[in-house]
Write a new protein. Structure first.
Length: 118
């Protein structure tokens, strides 16, 4: 399984970025795709997730209303649209996947850096 995140960059506060996560190597119909982030000297934290087979999505309170997770099944790609970015959103963002009945994410991609300046 390979997960490739891209789309990071540097923006000013209030700006937007869209991250992409291209997935390959298996069928993901029974999987959940998640986005996580890790800021310097902080623990990795959950950001958002989406289920491949239905419309259910979940968000952390810190990004709810600003970030939107979506999927393109034809492209096996998951997106994270990030609007109204804040300096505290600065982190390395990772995509990950887990089986829908698993508690832990066991496939991880390389991160992509997001930097938000004030």
């Amino acid at each position: 399984v390979q997960l490739q995140a891209s789309g990071g960059g540097s923006v000013q506060a209030g700006g937007s970025l869209r991250l992409s996560c291209a997935a390959s190597g298996r069928t993901f119909s029974d999987y959940v795709m998640g986005w996580f982030r890790q800021a310097p000297e902080k623990e990795r934290e959950f950001v958002a997730s989406i289920n491949w087979s239905n419309r259910f999505t979940y968000y952390s309170d810190s990004v709810k209303g600003r970030f939107t997770v979506s999927k393109d099944k034809a492209k096996n790609t998951v997106y994270l649209q990030m609007n109204s970015l804040k300096p505290e959103d600065t982190a390395v963002y990772y995509c990950a996947s887990r089986h829908r009945v698993a508690s832990d994410y066991n496939y991880w991609g390389r991160g992509t850096q997001v930097t938000v300046s004030s």
